[in-house]
Ligand binder design. Structure first.
Ligand code: GLU
Length: 447
């Protein structure tokens, strides 16, 4: 690579919500700029007035901010550059490199005049960092349209003009643009603009190998954010779609990606968007969340837990975080009442306390009485899962574990599925544990 400064840009069209594949391109543009101490710009290509929407443009900027892909300078809006585009069009026409062409409208009300590029009809070769040398014979393109009028340039003219003015050295974009590149190179040559280095990244495909497209329901990345995916995980995942460092390493921070990533190693074949892999990576990043941040996330995603005291919350957090792959699972757990035993004593029918429905009420009451007796001897301050387990374990083994552990767990949580009784006891504390065990024993004995 030459010693010139590397300048990249992400140039999305805000005609819909962008999906993961688009942001993967943004990530590559960002990384290439950062690994060369260059600049990364964002240009919103909003010249298609009918299809561009402000909300889509806002969503793009919101997503980049969430991902932490900071860009240099101000966002460039292509629609604000029509005067520049017009000047380039005029120049091309004045120099005889483009011309105003009379057209026979194909439909009523169609255009009678457009601006066409005077095609020199030649072979154009460019070097693509991912695909190598690519040669096109431009003859088949004819004198292609570069503007509908002087105020309405089409994509080909606008993209070349803007890349020129922004000093873009590296264009990274989807491979659906490959066939546009010869047109762009012809326009660059006509304008005396340098040709940037191109990388056409393969499309991201859904698992059935169909195209992941805006129309085919691919989710905007903000939907993943709202489901509790972490930006670090999404970045890590996107980098691995169709790229690998040639080692076994799968977890990369953005800093590491900036060190390791090589455009030339991007797979030429379309890459598959594998949600399970995204989940796995997210789980890995969730495991890394420090304890000091867990409780705030817990109450953010399950607001009803705010009524718990700090100690209980900090004991609950690691138990929850070790189970989840996305933060929204906390909300699901909360909404399916999984945490309710911490907020209120459970209510249930006494029969639910009988192990596999086999033991009698008297037997179960006896086991609970024994547990109450054993646990009463423990100190409130050291009442944790280890000591609770050690205290009742020998008795439980003696009578058959389930005979004690089932009614113990059920009386503490009121649920068929919950953490084990030792964890429950620790979360509830000595006093509440004994209250609930006593209540359960008493309703078993009620005649
Ligand atoms: N605006 C184009 C698109 O969203 C990208 C143009 C480019 O990167 O050159 O597909």
């Amino acid at each position: 690579m030459s010693s010139q400064k590397v300048i990249t840009r992400f140039a999305p069209s805000p005609t819909g919500f962008l999906h993961a594949g688009n942001y993967r391109t943004a990530l590559f543009c960002y990384i290439l700029a950062r690994q060369n101490n260059g600049s990364f710009f964002v240009r919103i290509e909003d010249t298609d007035k009918a299809r561009s929407k402000k909300e889509y443009a806002e969503n793009i900027l919101e997503t980049l901010a969430w991902m932490g892909l900071s860009y240099d300078g101000e966002v460039v809006y292509q629609s604000a550059r029509t005067e520049k585009h017009k000047a380039y069009l005029k120049k091309l026409v004045d120099e005889g490199k483009a011309f105003v062409s009379k057209e026979t409208p194909k439909e009523p009300g169609g255009r009678t005049e457009v601006i066409r590029f005077k095609n020199p009809n030649k072979k154009v070769t460019f070097h693509d960092l991912i695909r190598g040398d690519i040669t096109f014979d431009t003859t088949e393109l004819g004198d292609f349209i570069i503007a509908k009028s002087f105020d309405e340039p089409v994509f080909h003219l606008a993209v070349v003009a803007d890349d020129f003015d922004m000093g873009i050295t590296h264009v990274i974009r989807g491979e659906d643009h490959i066939s546009n590149t010869p047109r762009h190179i012809l326009i660059q040559e006509a304008l005396g603009a340098p040709t940037p280095i191109y990388s056409h990244v393969p499309l991201v495909l859904s698992p059935d190998r169909s195209k992941l497209s805006k129309r085919k329901g691919a989710l905007p990345l903000t939907a993943y954010r709202d489901q509790g995916y972490l930006p670090e995980a999404v970045i890590n995942f996107l980098a691995l779609v169709g790229w690998n460092p040639g080692t076994e390493q799968e977890l990369f921070t953005l800093e590491e990606l900036i060190k390791e990533f090589k455009m030339e190693r991007i797979n030429k074949a379309g890459a598959i968007f594998n949600e399970e892999k995204l989940q796995w990576i997210n789980k890995e990043y969730i495991k890394k969340i420090p304890a000091s941040e867990q409780t705030a996330l817990l109450t953010k995603w399950a607001p009803k837990l705010t009524s718990l005291d700090a100690t209980t919350l900090s004991k609950l957090a690691p138990i929850v975080f070790e189970r989840i792959s996305t933060l929204s699972e906390i909300t699901q757990m909360s909404e399916s009442s999984e945490f309710d035993y911490l907020l209120n004593a459970p209510s249930y029918m006494p029969e639910a306390l009988l192990w596999k429905g086999k033991s009698t009420k008297d037997e179960s009451a006896n086991h609970l009485s024994k547990a109450i007796e054993l646990l009463s001897g423990l100190s409130e301050n050291t009442f944790d899962r280890t000591i609770v387990k050690e205290t009742v374990w020998a008795y439980a083994e003696g009578v058959g574990r389930g005979q004690l552990l089932w009614p113990m767990r059920y009386s503490l949580s009121g649920r068929e599925k919950s953490p084990d009784p030792f964890i429950l006891a620790e979360l509830l504390g000595k006093k509440e544990t004994l209250n609930r065990l006593t209540y359960a024993r008493d309703i078993l004995l009620k005649k």
